[in-house]
Ligand binder design. Structure first.
Ligand SMILES: [Zn+2]
Ligand SMILES: [Zn+2]
Length: 285
């Protein structure tokens, strides 16, 4: 008897179907899988007469019948078991790192007031504000005079002379100071305080016009110097990457930033501001 038009899903719960030939088991001997409970004709499962007798024992049945699916599954069992133990180990590690992350999160929130000291920030801002009036001169010969005032007067004279070479207006020098311990080998850097930070900016902008032995730089706080150092290291790293676009450090709104060399050129040229055009703002019924 054939039931070719019978589809699995339509099988009545009461009907037993052989999973090998997919036909209903009617008046035929069959074995039920001891693992999943699915049934197979004796013939389909190629169960020998001896096996059949053992399977049909009502009590003390030693022989077990496993269908093809279950037999295949059982042969894969050792591999499945070892995969499970690997997965269990991985889950353990993941749980560990998740709890570490959570721990780190909560501790970092707790530590925030210490890491982010508002007093330090205010101090840094004040320090930067003060240093905006300063220029550091390098290579200005130190006076041999014993009197401090006379030495300072000589420094002021040297600085004024140097600045007059490329700067039309003579800036108002408030004070000068040598930085660091006296060293016989080379002159110490000279901090020059001007009355107006704008003068400092204009002098530093024009410093390329000066072709002498003296160097100029802005007066930076420790934080700024640390930041600049890390930027320079990063710049070196980026520029050493082959095929990458060459980069440089550019001050944008007073902050040093790493930019592409082409981009830094385009930042110098003034872009005509594009006026926003209104379109589609009117609606017609
Ligand atoms: Zn069958
Ligand atoms: Zn089975």
């Amino acid at each position: 008897m054939s039931n070719n038009n019978l589809i699995d899903e339509e099988v009545d719960d009461l009907e037993i179907v052989c999973t090998l030939c997919t036909e209903k088991i009617i008046n035929a001997k069959f074995a039920r899988c001891d693992s999943c409970g699915k049934s197979n004709h004796y013939n389909c499962a190629k169960i020998t007469p001896t096996e059949q007798r053992s399977l049909e024992l009502r009590s003390n049945r030693r022989l077990k019948f496993f269908c093809n699916d279950c037999t295949n599954g059982m042969s894969a069992l050792p591999q499945i078991l070892s995969t499970i133990s690997v997965l269990q180990d991985e889950i353990k590690l993941l749980r560990q790192s998740i709890s570490e992350c959570k721990h780190r999160d909560t501790t970092s929130v707790d530590q925030q007031p210490q890491d982010f000291d508002i007093e330090q920030v205010i101090e840094e801002i004040a320090d930067r504000q003060m240093k905006r009036r300063n220029i550091i001169f390098h290579g200005v010969i130190e006076s041999e005079k014993l009197n401090v005032a006379e030495r300072q007067a000589e420094d002021v004279q040297n600085v004024t002379k140097t600045l007059s070479l490329f700067n039309d207006n003579c800036p108002n020098i408030i004070m000068t100071a040598r930085l660091g311990k006296k060293n016989s080998n080379k002159p110490r850097p000279l901090r020059v305080v001007l009355d107006d930070p704008r003068t400092v900016t204009s002098i530093l902008k024009r410093k390329n016009l000066y072709k002498g032995p003296i160097g100029f730089s802005s007066d930076k706080t420790l934080q700024q110097r640390k930041h600049m150092l890390s930027l320079k290291n990063e710049l070196e790293r980026l520029n050493s990457i082959e095929g990458g676009q060459q980069k440089t450090i550019k001050y944008i709104k007073g902050c040093p930033k790493i930019v592409d060399i082409d981009l830094s050129k385009s930042l110098n040229s003034k872009n005509p501001s594009t006026s926003p055009t209104k379109s589609g703002s009117t609606t017609k019924m």
